[in-house]
Design a protein around this ligand. Structure first.
Ligand code: SAM
Length: 339
């Protein structure tokens, strides 16, 4: 088996694939209300192009693929893509990060197509607050989506909760308590202030991950081992047993993710954008264009060479501190959402 190893000896086995830049929500901390400028349809990789790149990457040693976006479930052909990926011998794990809105109708076809598991983003359990945070989302659909994934056996279910001061930090205990009854892993994510196409969301909303953890420990939670911790995370990696805890008698567990804890020395990932750029590191602006050569008829060995090139460009560390833009700006939506 070929192995993709970067200049610092790290073996790359995990490919995160953005299948679309479109989203059916406008979460206040992720996008401005009017949305972001979308790439043109012709620039977005077609399903067969995505499948071909992933197939070639699998022959180089990629075993895990996470489908994300935008919102992956709004991508036409997403079930077909999962089906094709599940036929690739080297791919042993296909997962997805989704807002869950469309899971009620798609959980079963995705499961049958070969999806292994999902991470569902859920920041509040209060319907009115959910509508405000997402700008128009219906909490009921996400809860129905979670039921659907359990019914079809897509497990383990993971919930991603971004904690925002003045918006949902008063729900940390309630969301953690979900793990008492459900065998879910709830992962609290420290909000990262960042620029998105020139739009910014105030850093005053950051609740430090240690503060979140302390609140959970105050609920009686105790540390547990989590073998998968290194593989997981949304951009950052919560690595090490101390980052996973359990409430007494709970069926599920609780994790903590902060981009600042990202441990580059153990990074095993690369990332493909919806328009075909391969990013050696989430936090650097270097990329390798795969779409142009693909559409110009490049043979598999040329694409494989470009994937290897991207891996060779992987920096020793991603300069997390620089990537976290300290925003001082205020977002007018914020004051209307707390409570
Ligand atoms: N639409 C999908 C979803 O909602 O899960 C996938 C894309 S979304 C950008 C991936 C994850 O990033 C979500 O869990 C979201 O909450 C998280 N996220 C987005 N902006 C963030 C930020 N500024 N800080 C921390 N997490 C963020």
């Amino acid at each position: 088996m070929t192995r993709l190893v970067d200049s610092f000896g790290r073996e790359i086995t995990y490919l995160r694939v953005s299948v679309t830049d479109k989203c059916n929500l406008r979460c206040i901390y992720c996008m401005p209300e009017e949305g972001v400028k979308l790439k043109s349809h012709s620039d977005i990789l077609r399903i067969e192009e995505l499948a071909r790149i992933i197939d070639i990457a699998s022959r180089l040693g990629i075993t895990h693929v996470r489908l994300t976006g935008g919102e992956p479930l709004v991508r036409q052909g997403i079930v077909t893509l999962v089906c094709v990926l599940s036929e690739i011998p080297g791919i042993s794990d296909i997962s997805m990060t989704t807002n869950g809105l469309l899971l009620p109708g798609l959980a079963r076809p995705l499961r049958e197509a070969g999806l292994d598991r999902v991470n569902v983003s859920l920041d509040t359990l209060r319907p009115e607050r959910f509508r405000k945070v997402t700008r128009h989302g219906d909490l009921k659909s996400v809860l129905a989506g979670l039921k659907a994934v359990e019914d079809v056996g897509l497990s383990p279910v993971k919930i991603n909760t971004v904690v925002l001061k003045g918006i949902n930090h008063d729900e940390i205990a309630d969301i953690a308590t979900l793990t008492k009854e459900r065998p879910w892993t709830v992962r609290f994510i420290e909000f990262m202030p960042f620029w998105n196409n020139g739009w910014k969301f105030g850093s005053r909303c950051v609740v430090p991950i240690q503060e979140i953890k302390d609140r959970i420990l105050a609920q009686g939670a105790y540390p547990i081992e989590s073998g998968r911790a290194r593989d997981e995370g949304e951009g950052g990696a919560g690595v090490g047993p101390a980052n996973y805890v359990k409430l007494p008698g709970a069926k599920g567990s609780i994790g903590f993710i902060s981009m600042k804890d990202h441990i580059c020395s153990g990074c095993n990932r690369i990332r493909l954008t919806a328009d075909g750029l391969l990013l050696p590191c989430l936090l650097s602006d270097t990329s390798v264009d795969l779409r142009t050569p693909l559409r110009e008829g490049a043979k598999d060995d040329v694409i494989a060479g470009l994937i290897c090139k991207a891996v060779s460009l992987k920096p020793e560390n991603g300069h997390v501190a620089q990537a976290l833009v300290a925003c001082s700006g205020e977002n007018p939506s914020l004051s209307k959402i707390g409570g």
